[in-house]
Write a protein that binds this ligand. Sequence first.
Ligand code: ADP
Ligand code: MG
Length: 635
Amino acid sequence: MSFDTLSAETAENTEAAVEETEELRFADLGIDGRVLAALADVGYEKPSPIQAATIPALLEGRDVVGLAQTGTGKTAAFAVPALSRLAELHDLNGPSRKTQALVLAPTRELALQVAEAFTSYAKHMEDFTVLPVYGGSAYGPQLSGLRRGAQIVVGTPGRVIDHISKGSLDLSELQYLVLDEADEMLRMGFADDVEQIFQQTPEGRQVALFSATMPSQIRRLSKQYLNNPAEITVKSKTTTGANTRQRYLQVMGPHKLDALTRVLEAEEFDGVIAFVRTKMATEELADKLKSRGFQAAAINGDIPQQQRERTVEALREGKIDILVATDVAARGLDVERISHVINYDIPHDTESYVHRIGRTGRAGRSGDAILFMTPRERYLLRAIEKATRQPVEQMHLPSAETINNLRMGKFAEKITETLASEDVSVFRDLIASYEVEHDVPAAEIAAALAVMAQGGRPLLVQDLPPAPEFQKRERSKDGFGSRGPSRPLTEGNATYRIAVGRRQRVMPGSIVGALANEGGLSSAQIGGIDIRSDHTLVELPADLSQDQLRSLSRTRIGGELIHLELDKGRAPRSEGGYKGRNDRGQGGFKKKFDGDRAPRGGEREARYAGHGDGARKPRAGKDSGHRDFNRKGKW
Ligand code: ADP
Ligand code: MG
């Protein structure tokens, strides 16, 4: 996103002046010289609007709530003043190895990214250590890092709590606490952890809370733990960069792969992220693209952290061009050369769409976002246009003719290149004698060789059958918002049963929190939640790993083991694995359900209807259970 496209607006009680960001330079903000020098090194020319507004307030020592969309430069907005103050403290009091700044981030990727940013801005500060700590990795190196002393710790809330309770993280001299992507952190169920951490920090520490949105939970946190914060809102005219062009392509499921290859052939791309819904799909699609000659790789939550980092690095360096990713794995990814985001599978909600396409158009470059959409998904377009406040243009599949012309051009180019760069004399002689011996014209021989060079793959493609025209806009009666039981199972998902329900007073929040923390799931992977009297049905990816299942089966909510297991009442939608249950899952329950239309006594024990469109809607007013989850604009 180019910062020029942002207009800063003052919120009700914004106190910083954010009007004249145009002429402001970093040097005008009172930043320590060592940090200024580092900013020049990384090549930032002028502060972004959120930086221009929050840096002075934070340097003054005020608590700050900063609200701005992804890609607006929030990291430097808190890192620069933090480092600037720590540098001055260092001058005043001499070196200290105690932890002085703590940054909380929702995922390990983001923690790492923030830690990297801190490291680069601290480049000219002597003796400064930035340590990322996050779950899912060994304690050993983190412990020794903490023992050696790190002035800045960046971590995920769960792991930070662990270190606090182990005694390995000492916050007694903390000056500065940052919550990055606070809304996402709470959505992932970290609210309790965050509050606990707040309570462990010394009185008088400065707090910076950054978030894309301001749900009431955050307002409450801010009221309770921040000291008269300056609230700074930077609204972008569009939530996506105006320099990101959005298009959609209507395509039937079975033709998606061919469509993707064609789009990739016809578009001028640099780096690409293709988003899919499941971990399995990341590997499958990456493999298929590789076999079609693209430099592709998969990242998903099951791939070990280090390998993921290597893959992202390979993308950054151009060793691969296409990353096939799930939402979780790619969240917050910042790779400048990403020119295209392909929504191969449609995202779960508008918010993930915005996050996804925010991976392109970085650092002032232009970007392209292409959404693959089946005819049934068309109604979602409006929601996306509303969320991004920007039209999504229709794009047409490059025709066979276009592709074939491109391919023939490329083929000819390869011949020219080979003639120019290779020694072809051995083959020339061979062909010459073949020509004489078999009395075949050279063009014929060349054609045969071309077939050989293609290795059996046809050079030319044929037109795909067109996707059928759009049906009328259909929309479930309960709107986009339902996360309830009537919501059709998402492809690749299955229904699981956990052994706690209303009787144990579980709330959807604690379920999402537990699943996210213990199973390493993102909130986007957690679908419908239907709390029954003594159990709960939850929609989760059908391909949970053994590890995830094991740790989830040991998970407790409110002290009770949840005994997560596949629910036998409803089959997953994907082809894999559970086919045998279809008859029970759909027909059986549906019938039963139809015969039991009116649930009695206010207790909604209606069975799952099948996942057809006729599925029943949750009743308004009785389902407070799910409503908590509709904040994200689920569709
Ligand atoms: P956010 O946290 O708001 O999503 P980031 O802090 O990740 O945004 O910044 C987005 C991108 O913009 C990063 O590549 C970052 O290096 C770059 N950036 C940040 N501040 C500036 C600036 N003042 N000038 C140029 N680029 C910047
Ligand atoms: Mg950020």
